[in-house]
Design a protein around this ligand. Structure first.
Ligand code: GCO
Ligand code: MG
Length: 406
């Protein structure tokens, strides 16, 4: 069996996705992976099409580890978001092929089920306490047992996780295309309102539902330590991504001050970045994006490294990665021993039309079928109806105009 074609499919059913379809010499046997990198999609599509496709044609698609090592180490300039997203797209497609060839769902190839369904969380946000509370209640009514809560920060324009980008300015280039929306954010009002939000939610909603919050890598070490400490009485599941990904040693400071569990990792690109946080037990949840760390091959190693340190997984699962990565998340979740929780989104119908087979939600969990491989696919004719549209993530500034982290 040989790889006979590698097709890069760029499509925009409501937002941009980059897919990698690897076709084999066996009749009708192909796999589809996701190589979407929000806001920089075409750089990944070019990497796959121009640089990686020639390396893949004629190779045996069964040798996933060898292909992975060849692409990761063979470049010399290894790692980074673009190349690791490209590698993830290829890796997922190869695992999809392996499963289809064996006639087995991916979770079976990964060792078989350790649980039925993957406990998952949804997002609840709002412009004030009562709106967030309403949205948490709506999530609970849908069966969610874990809910992420975000609130608009007073005096700031736009806030991560609260539809902030829509409020922020939406300037146009002279070519008519969009520019990144610009948001304003300040740490002091943020640090004041978040503990109040969780005090409100615990008082109004009680202790049963697991609640937590995404900092989105915006705090300094001592600010993060303060927030983690002040959130202690509300027993959140974890504080998500409190520090920038470059500052791994600073997690020690958070640990010195607080017993609030910590999750980290959606901006990591390899197992090496996870190592110190896991081996020093500085975090409780590792939440890499399978689509940005080179796929299932790397993710299962990260999970294995985390297991003896009692770090659980919480793989990133936003709307800007395609259903193939969501499926990979769930296949791993239900086959590893140290699964924690899974982020999910409800995709619009048009995404299901282009990419059928996304894991289904019911009873607070995500479920994959027994379809061979990932269980997901792409309808290339449907994809062609939705051409790429330029899009950017927001840029954040402080009130003095200086650039900050989104
Ligand atoms: C999350 C993430 C996302 C990212 C997004 C960027 O926890 O789901 O923080 O919302 O911001 O994936 O493209
Ligand atoms: Mg996040």
């Amino acid at each position: 069996m040989r790889i006979t074609d590698v097709r890069t499919i760029v499509t925009c059913p409501s937002r941009n996705y980059v897919l990698v379809k690897i076709v084999t010499s066996e009749d009708g046997l192909y796999g589809v992976g996701d190589a979407t990198l929000n806001g920089r999609e075409l750089s990944v599509a070019t990497a796959v099409e121009e640089h990686l496709k020639p390396l893949l044609l004629g190779r045996d698609p069964d040798q996933i580890e060898d292909v992975w090592q060849m692409i990761f180490r063979g470049t010399y300039w290894r790692g980074g978001p673009v190349l690791m997203t490209a590698l993830a797209g290829i890796d997922l497609a190869l695992w999809d092929i392996k499963g289809k060839r064996a006639g087995l769902p991916l979770y079976s190839l990964l060792g078989g089920k350790t649980r039925e369904g993957a406990l998952c969380y949804t997002h609840a946000s709002g412009k004030d306490m009562s709106e967030v509370e309403d949205n948490v209640r709506k999530a609970i009514a849908k069966g969610f047992r874990v809910v992420r809560a975000q609130i608009a920060v007073p005096g700031c324009i736009g806030t991560y996780g609260v539809g902030g980008a829509r409020e922020a300015s939406n300037a146009k280039w002279s070519d008519g295309g969009p520019l990144p929306p610009e948001e304003i954010w300040e740490p002091s009002p943020y640090l004041r309102i978040i503990p109040r939000l969780f005090e409100h939610l615990r008082t109004q909603i009680g202790d049963e539902t697991e609640l937590f919050h995404d900092v989105h890598e915006r705090l300094s070490p001592i600010q993060a330590a303060r927030l983690a400490k002040e959130l202690e009485p509300y027993h959140i599941l974890f504080l998500e991504d409190p520090l920038r990904p470059e500052h791994k040693e600073s997690f020690r400071l958070i640990r010195q001050h607080s017993t609030t569990p910590i999750g980290m990792g959606e901006l990591f690109h390899s197992k090496y970045e996870c190592l110190p946080l896991i081996t020093e037990q500085l975090i409780d949840y590792i939440r890499c994006d399978i689509g940005h760390i080179g796929g299932i091959t790397e993710a299962r190693k990260i999970a294995a490294i985390a297991e003896p340190y009692q770090v659980l997984t919480a793989w990133h699962g936003p709307g800007d990665i395609a259903p193939m990565t969501h499926a990979a998340n769930v296949h791993l979740d239900i086959s590893i021993p140290n699964f924690g929780v899974q982020e999910m989104v409800f995709f619009p119908d048009v995404v299901h039309e282009v990419m059928p087979g996304c894991p289904a939600y019911h009873d607070g969990a995500l479920w994959v079928t027994d379809a061979p491989g990932l269980g997901t696919d792409v309808d290339e004719n449907a994809a062609a109806k939705y051409p790429y549209q330029r899009g950017y993530l927001p840029v954040v500034r402080r009130t003095d105009g200086s650039v900050y982290d989104w």
